[in-house]
Design a binder for this molecule. Structure first.
Ligand code: MOS
Length: 734
């Protein structure tokens, strides 16, 4: 099915099952420990040997020698894989560095060996006996130092509209400020883990991956085998956040290891390896210039962003939202990329907007203060209903102003004192802050197959993943709505490359795109069922597990039972036309935060949070809310604690565990409220939904930063906002 004209009324609009806050159907399996995660697949790959990954001890250079003899003689060791005996490996286009290094080393903790033994402990012990000597070369590990040599990025031209320089120079009110965001780590609970097994030429990998088809294709490319010979299975994923969009060393080395030892091999990346071995969100330096008239109309918006990556890598697109969020006739935004020898930078938790909004939305707060305007009113005044770079191109839906107004009212924003440091409760200085939320809506081709059997059970199969987001549930709701059956009569099978290729889970495109694929398959199945029952497909109504037309009603179960195979099946793919080019599709929101700062110690506590989101139809308000409060929690982490600390001599991230890399815990997070505007977006898909997960993070950190400023009067432009950055500037205590 091709989606190239706006959606009209369709069966989803009945909202009998879709749109309801039903519990996640995978919940009981998770709560009872019966949802199988990759490293636990003893059932399908018994007697696996254990692989232990050795990471490079330098960031840049060459392995001069590697001594394996002692390790090979250690108890239980079966084999040791290195680049020397792994066979010829290619690098898939989605990986910047090779996954098995040696002799050249591209980054710290790049995998250089896999020790395979009978037990995990034996493999780990033997790994300590591997002696590696390196020829270390000097690397570049400091974005600020590398910034001047940063270059333009292919296919990312500067965007210049009007005459920014002149307009900024002439603006009566100006802001010119620089903000920095640090390197961050996904730090998902479940580490990257895989079990691999070969049957002849055929490889099966049980892994933890957001994008089954990318994983399959890239494993095949890397190993130099046909794609058809690779099966990837990933039905449950303990968090990904972008860190599992790509094949990583666990999957590749498990596959190479299993081929070498002729039995299944399982590999998990240990926590200390993850920060440097896998990808991370790159640090940014962002220079923002805003010019406005005295009454608050923006006349000039400039945003320059620098980030770094390994040679051949990608920039953090921190200017993405600035090109779309506020009106102003004169605009300039630029991306520059520096070559660094730190581990590979890549997508993490709303790449682009999350760090971009961290800077832009503090800048908007600073500008509002300069103008003497309320930050909510300032944003609403500069709202736009068209793409500000291409005014002929409207947004499909844009209710940013509604989100901000409703949020302000619900949060009690009018109680805020614009003068910082004026509200005191005992030891605490208390402030309110807000920020706009913005994240683009992307649509991705997605396929599914659906069948109904003689018991009336509807089974959906697609290689879509559920990374803890609720995919199982919204897909079941979609099929139940389309086929007119209760939720209990739908079985959803996900995360297997034997199933039709879906959108996968990334970039907040998964919910809308994958359910649209299920919708397409269900439309086909409805036709097949009606025809098989001799009913007019155009008249057929699917309700109460029956199909009805022309005064006749037949149970789905009996129609399916009378089909040759005892079931009826259909497969289709939802393909998207150019509606996302003709219209700018984005999601919007407002984040509101109350924060308290200890007047003496600078300790920061977030006290209240509210998000108001406009993201098209909300397919399941309960799982969507969970997405958004999870994202808000990550936003607090970005504001106050998350930072990969760089050792600039060795070129690695030092804090490579969850003690050193801090993320919010329950005690850090207060009451969170989420409001979804009641809207549908018929330009996005027949589901009329958009993405919502990443919208929940984009803007939060700035709202926290603005609340901290309002509380204590100290403006911090370098994330995370830790108390050491407040202390020197806090008013002296009597
Ligand atoms: Mo997302 S950072 O595209 O998983």
């Amino acid at each position: 099915m091709k989606f190239d004209t706006p959606a009209t009324t369709n069966p989803i609009d009945q909202l009998r099952v879709v749109g309801r806050p039903v519990d996640r159907i995978d919940g009981p399996r998770k709560a009872t420990g019966t949802a199988p995660y990759a490293y636990e697949r003893h059932d399908v790959a018994p007697h696996a040997a254990y692989g232990y990954v050795i990471g490079a001890g330098i960031a840049k250079g060459r392995i001069a020698s590697i001594q394996l003899d002692d390790a090979r003689r250690a108890p239980g060791v079966i084999e040791i894989i290195t680049a020397a005996n792994a066979g010829k490996l290619a690098r898939a286009g989605r990986n910047t560095a090779t996954l098995l290094g040696g002799p050249e080393i591209e980054h710290y903790h790049q995998a250089i060996a896999l020790v395979i033994a009978q037990t995990f402990e034996q493999a780990r012990a033997a790994a300590q006996l591997v002696r590696v000597r390196y020829d270390r070369r000097r690397g570049s590990y400091d974005l600020a130092q590398a910034r001047d040599a940063a270059a333009k990025v292919p296919n990312r031209p500067d965007s210049a509209i009007g005459d920014f320089a002149a307009a900024f120079a002439a603006a009566p009110v100006k802001l010119d400020a620089t903000y920095t965001t640090p390197d961050q780590s996904h730090a998902m609970m479940e580490p990257h883990a895989s079990v691999a097994a070969w049957q002849g030429e055929k490889l099966t990998v049980w892994t933890s991956n957001q994008m089954i088809d990318w994983c399959r294709a890239d494993l095949a490319t890397t190993l130099g085998i046909p794609r058809e010979n690779v099966r990837v299975v990933s039905p449950f994923i303990g968090g990904g956040f972008g860190g599992k969009l790509f094949v990583r060393a666990d999957a590749l080395l498990a596959a190479i290891g299993a081929r070498a030892v002729k039995r299944p091999v399982k590999v998990a990346l240990t926590r200390p390896l993850m920060m440097n071995n896998t990808t991370h969100r790159p640090a940014t330096i962002q220079h923002i210039r805003l010019g406005a008239t005295p009454d608050g109309k923006l006349t000039a918006i400039g945003h320059d962003s620098w980030s770094g990556d390994l040679p051949g890598g990608k920039p953090e697109n921190a200017i993405q939202q600035t090109r779309l969020l506020y009106a102003a006739p004169n605009r300039l935004s630029t991306l520059r990329l520096a070559a660094l020898d730190l581990p590979e930078g890549n997508a993490m938790r709303a790449p682009g907007e999350a760090p971009g909004m961290m800077a832009l939305e503090i800048a908007m707060d600073e500008m509002a203060e300069r103008l003497g305007m309320d930050p909510v009113a300032f944003r609403i005044l500069n709202d736009t209903q068209v793409d500000p770079e291409k005014p002929g191109r409207p947004f499909s839906q844009r209710r940013l102003a509604d989100c901000l107004r409703i949020g302000a009212e619900r949060f009690g924003w009018q109680a805020r004192n614009a003068r910082p440091g004026t509200r005191r409760e005992g030891q605490w200085l208390v402030g309110l802050g807000m920020a706009a939320a913005f994240r683009n809506n992307q649509v991705m081709k997605s396929a599914a197959r659906v069948r109904v059997d003689g018991s009336g059970m509807v089974t959906v199969e697609t290689d879509m993943t559920d990374i803890g987001t609720g995919s199982y549930t919204i897909i079941a709701q979609t099929a139940a709505e389309m086929m007119g059956v209760p939720l209990e009569k739908v079985l959803v099978r996900l995360g297997d490359s034997d199933f039709p290729v879906s959108s996968g889970s990334g970039g907040q495109w998964g919910g809308n795109s994958s359910t649209a694929g299920v919708y397409a398959a269900c439309v086909k199945l409805r036709d097949a069922i009606a025809q098989h029952a001799g009913l007019d497909p155009r008249q057929a109504v699917f309700e109460n597990s029956q199909v009805r037309a022309g005064g006749r009603s037949v149970p789905l179960a009996s129609i399916a039972a009378s089909a040759p195979e005892g079931s009826l099946a259909a497969e289709d793919v939802m393909e998207f036309g150019d509606l996302d080019k003709r219209y700018q599709q984005s999601t919007f929101g407002g984040h509101f935060v109350e924060a308290a700062v200890d007047a003496a110690t600078g300790e920061i506590r977030v006290r209240r949070m509210l998000a108001v989101c406009a993201a098209g139809r909300i397919l399941n308000p309960k799982s969507a809310r969970s997405q958004v409060i999870g994202a808000m929690t990550m936003g607090v982490g970005a504001a106050l604690m998350e930072e990969l600390a760089i050792d600039r001599r060795l070129g690695c991230f030092v804090n490579h565990d969850l003690a050193g890399y801090e993320v919010p815990v329950h005690g850090d997070i207060p009451h969170q409220e989420v409001v979804f505007l009641d809207e549908t977006d018929p330009l996005s898909s027949p589901m009329k939904a958009k993405g919502v997960g990443e919208l929940g993070i984009a803007g939060v950190a700035a709202a926290v930063a603005n609340a901290v400023y309002n509380a204590c009067g100290v403006r911090v432009r370098d994330y995370p906002i830790t108390l050491d950055k407040l202390l020197p500037k806090l008013p002296l205590q009597a």
